[in-house]
Design a protein around this ligand. Structure first.
Ligand SMILES: [Zn+2]
Length: 256
């Protein structure tokens, strides 16, 4: 048989490429901190790094059960550089990146402040509180990891901001998740905000950072340590991701 004919036959017999809409959602779930970085510590002694990992594992299990392909940036008490976390999402060509954190207040506000904040990236923080949260979460960067100029922390982020499409997707993802978490938990709604987080910089897909509650507030710290509540949070985040994804699937079905 002549070669061109063979090729045509091979093409005819080859299985058709899977339509984009049925491709599994690829998610990178990032439990904050780890290793020597405890993150925030509760009055009970519970550490943000452990609570974030527990919630991240439950979220990963739920997403996998829904057919998603999920990668964790750490699946143990390991130290992972902030820059490596979005880099993993880029290398896996993830559809979205979700960083899981718990919040903390200093001073007298520790006793009373609770609630949920959801973040996506910008160079300028939404307000003083958002600025403080980013500064605390970025502190992991100061010890170890790639060197950077502490006098110009924003410069590094500016050099590698998300592209515009990813940023618009991040905003929509943040609102979708935030809405479900507030509805499920009934915790105070502290809003969707923007701030310069290293862990979100450089992500080439929709990327959000969740502050799912305050470990500094004693009652909320106890709630966050409860596996049933962690499961509820995982469910809420998974529902938010599903709500975010639906219009995307619809757009693919409609075609260009
Ligand atoms: Zn954190």
């Amino acid at each position: 048989m002549p070669r061109p004919l063979l090729l045509a036959l091979a093409l005819l017999l080859a299985p058709a490429a899977a339509p984009a809409a049925s491709a599994p959602l690829v998610v990178v779930v990032d439990p904050g901190h780890g290793g020597e970085k405890d993150g925030a510590v509760a009055p009970t002694g519970a550490k943000e790094k452990d609570l974030a990992l527990a919630i991240a594992r439950k979220l990963a299990a739920r997403l996998r059960a829904g057919g998603a392909e999920v990668f964790l940036t750490r699946d143990g008490d390991a130290s992972v550089d902030l820059a490596h976390r979005p880099a993993l999402a880029n290398s896996r060509e993830a559809d979205l990146f979700v960083s899981i954190h718990l919040n903390s207040m200093p001073g007298r506000a520790r006793a009373t402040t609770r609630g949920v904040e959801t973040y996506f990236l910008s160079v300028d923080a939404s307000d003083a509180n958002a600025h403080a949260v980013a500064a605390r979460e970025n502190a992991d960067k100061l010890a170890g990891g790639a060197p950077f100029d502490p006098a110009d922390p924003v410069g590094g982020i500016l050099a590698d901001l998300q592209d515009e499409a990813a940023l618009a997707g991040s905003s929509r993802l943040a609102y979708a998740i935030h809405e479900r978490v507030i509805a499920r938990t009934g915790e105070p709604d502290r809003g969707v905000k923007q701030a310069p987080f290293y862990v979100l910089a450089g992500a080439r897909m929709p990327a959000v950072l969740l502050e799912l509650g305050f470990v500094s507030q004693p009652a909320e710290a106890r709630r966050l340590a409860d596996p049933a509540y962690q499961e509820l949070l995982a469910q809420a985040v998974a529902e938010g991701i599903a709500a975010w994804r639906r219009p995307v699937a619809a757009a693919i079905m409609r075609g260009p």
